[in-house]
Write a protein that binds this ligand. Sequence first.
Ligand code: EPU
Length: 423
Amino acid sequence: MSKFIIEGGRKLSGSIRVKGAKNAALKIIPAAILSKEKISISNLPKIEDIDKALHLLNDLGATINQRGDRLEISTANIAKFELNPEFANKFRASIMFVGPVLARFGEVKFPHPGGCVIGAGGRPIDLFLEGFKCLGAEIGVDGNYYHLKAKKLKGCNYFFPLISVTATEALMMTAVLAQGTTTLKNCAMEPEIKALADYLNEQGAKIKGAGTPTITIEGVEKISGGGFKIIPDRIETGSFAIMAAATKSNITITDCEPEHVQALLSIFNKIGVPFEAGRDFLKIKEAKKISSYSIKTHEYPGFPTDLQPPYTVLMTQATGSSLIHETIYDRRLLYVDNLLQMGADITMCDPHRVVVNGPAKLYGKKLTSPDLRAGIGILIAALIASGQTEIDNIYQIDRGYEDIDGRLRSLGADIKRIGTLNL
Ligand code: EPU
């Protein structure tokens, strides 16, 4: 198993380029199934989760040509409506293939999507099933598979009982080829949703309101092929900004959209992290003293749950106490055990809330990355800590951050990879 060895305590400097957003790429790949024409995608991040999505698409019969960060997909020859469990079981976002396959072929078979430890009970898909049913799909269970059928999907009104990013995107994509009008209410508003809707509209879809709580989709007969540039990864942007603040470094983050991380930047203003934000860059300047500030994770444009672990690490370096309230996932604070081992002063109030007292001196330890965002949090802690930290199970970092060790080394971090990156 690969691992990172980090010698902490160094300041970082220089500039780091943000890659394309994992959570936008994971939706545009299945969206290719909505059209029989070619789609070309650029700014694709080179990470494990994307590889899995491409394997799944390839298994369905699509033709894929990849060159660097560019990808051309043709789904003209897909003739299968069954998602191979060998791939679908490995990542949660395989659920994004269900709607497009159902919309194009009138039928889809798929296993419960796997691959995630942060939600209780394996992360449910009830909202997806309820939404597909509302669009007219018959839902059956066949052994270990869900089996959905609909001769022709029909527009409907659906209210999301809770806000879900992928369920919003899944129903929006599916309704594009349904007959009549669909209105989705209480939708998620993440920038990746708007980017997907903008692309589909350019190719003939009629989607209004993406990026607001109400989305209306007028069904069309056909979606054309086209080109899609993946938007910058706002979670990478925020992770690097927090890394710069926590290590008290001067770092320029390029090719990003600071507007997508406003929740974090508004807090930087309060806690004393100086920065300069341009249209597509963010300069984080050395923070002399960081003050504590409590957060509660929230759907976009609120404070993203995906930045909660790095932010918690930052708070270990802040003066005072802060309450970190994780509202989205049930198991996303368990990693604090790693920070306690490193010397952080953190009290767990309940599974959703911890109090961090700072500043605390952190020390290098042997740790395991439990999930993607906790993994980058632990990596930031290792950069601050004195002494050596060993992080294993780094697959859980690689699956969301391209060549993270190489990019951190270029900022002056002392980080070594033991083992190879399997991409
Ligand atoms: N939920 C249900 N039923 C459903 C769907 C979701 O109860 O059918 C619950 C979830 O268990 C969770 C809450 O709704 O408690 C919100 O989860 P959401 O559905 O919004 O999450 P998601 O769409 O599965 C996406 C990102 C996550 C990110 C969340 C929240 C993708 C592929 N994933 O997940 O990204 O944390 O939105 O912003 O877009 C990550 O990148 O590390 C990651 C986990």
